[in-house]
Design a protein around this ligand. Structure first.
Ligand code: HEM
Ligand code: HEM
Length: 219
């Protein structure tokens, strides 16, 4: 009986290394804290934002030197491949991929770019407004010195770095939108391929490829 169950249960293979998994869940948590704090309290916003920035930088390095399924070369698709996969996915006939699918790969590139701009403008804003952080020596002193001062008491003057703040807010909202599509894509792909991708991002393991199925061509 035990042997029978063993025979029926498909074997699993390791796909996501511990760095990818820990970085993913830390990034998700740090992004949500940054988004929800909206700049205040500043210490929490800034430190969760720095965590986002650090994970993004490390993930980029890992994408160049990490193991096979973590590498950009393994999953960054051509736009055509990503669109073809999406069109097949909505018809529930997309081939299964052991690593990231072409649409998943395109989403990762978009998330990394959008997160980099959000964190980068945040760091610039902190330098301009508070003369703090790693960009303070370049942006802090000059902009604060050039900031307009009220000519009469009580007059409201625009704070410096308004444009940077607009871009920071725009990209933090764009990232949230991408995250919404990312989670939707994970749900649809999990349904289409009858596998729990969230569990795979926790355990690192996925069902071994079935050599007789179409998926084999897509590994
Ligand atoms: C609770 C919400 C989330 C769930 C359920 C989730 C789930 C997943 C899953 C299952 C994968 C692997 C996809 C695949 O099999 O190809 C993945 C990858 C990824 N997700 Fe999420 N995710 C969530 C939130 C986020 C957030 C908030 C971010 C960033 C702001 C994010 C960024 C990424 C990135 C960058 C990858 C690529 C992982 C890598 O190769 O390093 N995710 N996510
Ligand atoms: C990457 C994740 C981040 C997200 C999602 C995010 C999101 C936001 C949002 C929504 C606001 C409010 C904008 C408004 O009120 O119009 C804000 C403000 C701000 N953020 Fe971020 N941020 C992130 C990272 C950072 C980082 C890394 C820093 C600096 C190290 C930073 C510094 C600031 C500052 C200084 C403000 C302005 C606070 C104020 O003057 O009211 N942010 N951020």
């Amino acid at each position: 009986m035990a042997a029978l169950t063993e025979k029926r249960r498909p074997t699993e293979v390791r796909v996501w290394d511990p760095f990818v998994r820990i970085a993913h869940w830390l990034l998700a948590a740090a992004f949500l804290v940054s988004y929800l704090t909206e700049g205040k309290p500043q210490w929490l916003h800034v430190w969760s934002g720095y965590l986002v920035a650090a994970i993004v930088v490390l993930r980029i390095v890992w994408g160049l030197v990490g193991p096979r399924h973590a590498r950009f070369a393994d999953f960054v698709p051509s736009p055509r491949a990503a669109l073809r996969y999406l069109a097949d996915l909505v018809r529930l006939r997309a081939p299964r991929h052991l690593g990231h699918s072409p649409a998943g790969g395109a989403m990762i590139v978009a998330l990394i770019l959008s997160l980099s701009i959000t964190a980068g403008t945040g760091i610039a804003l902190l330098a301009i407004r508070e003369n703090q952080g790693p960009l303070a020596p370049w942006l802090g002193g000059q902009v604060v010195a050039a900031a307009p001062t009220p000519s009469k008491p009580g007059e409201r003057v625009p704070k410096p770095g308004r444009m940077v703040k607009e871009v920071h807010e725009l990209f933090s909202n764009l990232t949230l939108l991408l995250v919404g599509f990312h989670v939707l894509g994970v749900a649809v792909a999990s349904f289409a391929h009858r596998e729990n991708l969230v569990r795979a991002m926790i355990t690192g393991r996925k069902r071994a490829p079935d050599p007789s199925a179409r998926q084999a061509a897509a590994e």
